[in-house]
Design a protein around this ligand. Structure first.
Ligand code: MN
Length: 742
């Protein structure tokens, strides 16, 4: 559609705005020339094309370029690449043409930002392959990733125009990969916004409720902050410190996470805000000393919580973050977090990578390799595995993004940073792959422990090894670092390949005996019966003699009607609430709905999250079983799947016609009192008329804890049980849990 005068006006408006932002980076005439050249080329190339929102397409690259300069702090080349980032992908221009106009550097950046087109064979996730391509550029030029993050941020800001299943795919990728990546590169502001926007589309009601409550409590909170800050301001001023102080509410997403993790309402989240002090350093005293000086002045006023001091000044976080955090007892008996930073630390916290490099190169005394370089080295190692398929690669890469860390020491006193939860085995692999393969035990703080022992801050670790030892499959469950995982996998892979071949032989022979051809229908019965997710898993287990085919005949004869539940899918049934005013005609990007004709699709309830009617759910077309796995919208596994195989995500809806029972598990806790169990069982089976499958109780020190598995029709039943059971005298807590343990 031709652009109207209004469109042209809008474009010019945004473009002038970008030019103003570029004033801080464009210093020479040729800087302006190249930026203008890029804009006019992109505008011409995208001419007449519109985004889903109806806006002219060029508005998007302009917005990305503006984020790149304003919010990330990159320079002229990055602005040019951002303006051109969709030109090769979406228009007739080629990378070669870009190179002849803008030179090799910008052409290679644009190439890195262009998705791979073309044919992928069916067992490859195109999505994962494209991520791999982008992430591979990380080791050559970090700016490409930063522009990609800016691109994602703008797409998230304008996500409302997308159809529901695209929203699921995009928000999943964002939560799985882009937000952790932004954090890892030190872009706190962007990371927070990505998380908040994801939440807004995944759980619109939760988001709106938290937003409203933050707003409602604002006045009370700002009075509290004022009272808290007043004596600090006076004290710091009289000590001659030049500083700014502010109180900041935590992000909606982090509040939501806390509510989920602790199963508490908004009102019980006590650390809703933090106080931030940013000081201007004086030339003579080192920043570190000044941080502790301020710490000391504050503790003259408020009592600190001794176990809540975080010194990221002495040892910065791996993403470069530096600050001194403390928690003190404020007026009214409330714990308040105070963050102390210099102006330089603040800029690193806000701008991340770009600022980090600015300071690094400013101080020439800085000694070679720092944490950031070390991380990049780790990323390169994780990226450096040609054999790996793209999905494994993505999982491995994600592991390098883990953010909380422990610092441990080698026997020689050299410090090593590992992700939280890392074991002695991770440590062994971190030192050397060979040491990992041969590890049989560890001396942790001079005591002999298993190699699976998680390491704590400050541990000193020595690995005990044996020449004859080799990696075992179960090790994979006890490592968290990408390096360890990959080393173990590579080692096992050779074994597995052999086993798969063996397994295929064994299975085919057995099938010939029965005169059956192994079809998709056969595997639909066999895989669940052996608790295997994929054919390869089944074959390799068979080849390794972990399973056998003794019961196969019975399995093949069985009617696979158990566990199959019926749903129907409709195109606009959307677990992610659709927004008012969304253009329903623009559905070309969404997958056609699964038809409900002759052969009804089959659904399985995902065991990882075990949804029941009333839960918000999403479907995943499992290529191995041919069925649709139904997950909760909030399921972590679903997020991972959607981030990697977004094209297999489909909207599903609970059928209102079927009255079926679903197994769900509730956990409860209370004071041990005679008769309480009787009362519980009677209430559920008698008054509520709900069948109990299992009841497990443990009792100790006058407290009892247990789980109860019940057959329910949906969330209404669950809520009724929670309400009624909660009223029994002595019961303190009842909540639903996800996993059904057999
Ligand atoms: Mn784009």
């Amino acid at each position: 559609m031709e652009y109207t005068e209004k469109d042209e006006l809008l474009i010019d408006n945004r473009w002038q705005d970008l030019l103003r932002s570029c004033e801080k980076i464009a210093t020479e005439e040729r800087d302006w020339d190249v930026i203008k050249k890029a804009f006019f080329l992109a505008k011409e190339a995208h001419k007449g094309v519109r985004r889903r929102s109806g806006e002219p397409y060029i508005i998007h690259p302009i917005a990305v370029a503006k984020i790149v300069v304003d919010e990330i702090g990159l320079g002229v080349k990055s602005v040019v690449a951002a303006l051109l980032h969709d030109v090769v992908e979406d228009t007739t221009y080629t990378v070669e043409e870009i190179e002849s106009i803008f030179g090799a550097k910008i052409a290679s950046m644009v190439d890195g930002l262009t998705k791979m087109a073309g044919v992928f064979n069916s067992n490859v996730s195109e999505q994962a392959e494209n991520f791999r391509k982008v992430l591979l550029t990380l080791s050559d030029d970090v700016r490409v990733i930063l522009i990609k993050i800016a691109d994602r941020l703008h797409n998230m800001r304008t996500l409302g125009a997308m159809p529901p299943n695209k929203q699921i795919k995009i928000t999943s990728e964002t939560i799985y990969l882009f937000a952790p990546l932004a954090y890892r590169l030190g872009l706190y502001g962007i990371k927070t916004e990505l998380e908040d926007l994801s939440l807004k589309y995944r759980f619109p009601q939760d988001y709106a409720e938290i937003e409203r409550k933050i707003h409602e409590t604002e006045l009370k909170r700002s009075q509290l902050i004022e009272t808290f800050n007043a004596p600090i301001i006076e004290k710091l001023r009289s000590s001659g410190i030049d500083f700014e102080i502010s109180g900041r509410v935590k992000s909606i997403y982090s509040i939501w996470l806390k509510m989920q993790a602790k199963q508490i309402p908004f009102e019980e989240v006590y650390d809703l805000f933090a106080i931030r002090i940013i000081f201007k350093p004086t030339a003579i005293i080192p920043e570190k000393s000044q941080c502790w000086h301020i710490y000391s002045l504050i503790t003259d006023i408020y009592q600190p919580k001794p176990d809540r001091i975080r010194d990221w000044v002495t040892i910065p976080k791996a993403n470069g973050y530096e600050a001194l955090h403390m928690t003190v007892m404020g007026p009214g008996g409330m714990w308040v977090e105070v963050q102390i930073r210099s102006e330089r630390m603040e800029e690193i916290a806000e701008r991340g990578f770009a600022a980090h490099w600015k300071y690094k190169h400013a101080s020439l005394s800085s000694s070679g390799e720092d944490d950031f370089d070390r991380w990049l080295k780790k990323v390169r190692e994780a990226l450096n595995s040609p054999t790996e398929n793209a999905v494994d690669f993505l999982d491995n890469f994600k592991m390098t993004l883990y953010t909380t860390e422990v610092v441990v020491f080698t026997p020689r006193g050299e410090s090593r940073k590992l992700p939280k939860g890392a074991t002695a085995l991770d440590f062994a692999y971190d030192i050397h792959t060979k040491l990992g393969h041969k590890a049989i035990g560890a001396k942790i703080n001079h005591k002999i422990e298993s190699i699976f022992t998680p390491l704590m801050n400050g541990d000193q670790v020595e690995i005990i090894s044996s020449e004859n030892n080799t990696p075992k499959r179960e090790w994979l469950a006890h490592v968290t670092t990408a390096k360890a995982r990959q080393a173990i996998r590579n080692y096992l892979k050779r074994d597995t390949d052999n086993n798969i071949e063996k397994g295929i032989e064994i299975f085919d022979e057995k099938m010939r005996e029965f005169g059956i051809t192994p079809s998709a229908r056969v595997f639909r019965k066999v895989l669940p019966a052996y608790a295997c997710k994929t054919k390869d898993e089944f074959y390799s287990k068979l080849g390794a003699e972990l399973i056998n085919l003794d019961g196969i005949e019975k399995i093949l004869r069985q009617n696979s009607a158990n566990k199959i539940l019926k749903f129907w899918t409709i195109q606009l049934s959307n677990p992610f609430k659709s927004r008012a005013g969304e253009n329903k005609k623009r559905n070309s990007g969404s997958k056609p709905p699964i038809s409900v004709d002759s052969d009804e699709p089959e659904f399985t309830i995902a065991e990882c999250c075990n949804p029941i009617p009333g839960d918000s759910v999403v479907g995943y077309q499992n290529p191995d079983t041919g069925k649709i796995d139904v997950h909760k919208t909030s399921c972590d596994e679903l997020t991972r799947l959607a981030a990697q195989h977004g094209d297999k995500i489909t909207s599903v809806k609970w059928s209102s016609q079927k009255a079926m029972s679903y197994l769900t598990v509730l956990e409860f806790r209370g004071i041990d009192r005679i008769g309480v169990l009787m009362e519980l069982a009677q209430l559920i089976t008698g008054e509520l008329n709900i069948n109990i499958r299992e009841l497990h109780i443990q009792s100790h020190d006058g407290i009892f804890e247990g789980t109860i598995s019940v057959y329910v029709k949906g969330m209404d039943d669950v809520n009724e049980i929670i309400k009624k059971v909660g009223q029994i005298k002595g019961i303190e807590k009842v909540m639903r849990i996800n996993n059904i343990k057999d």
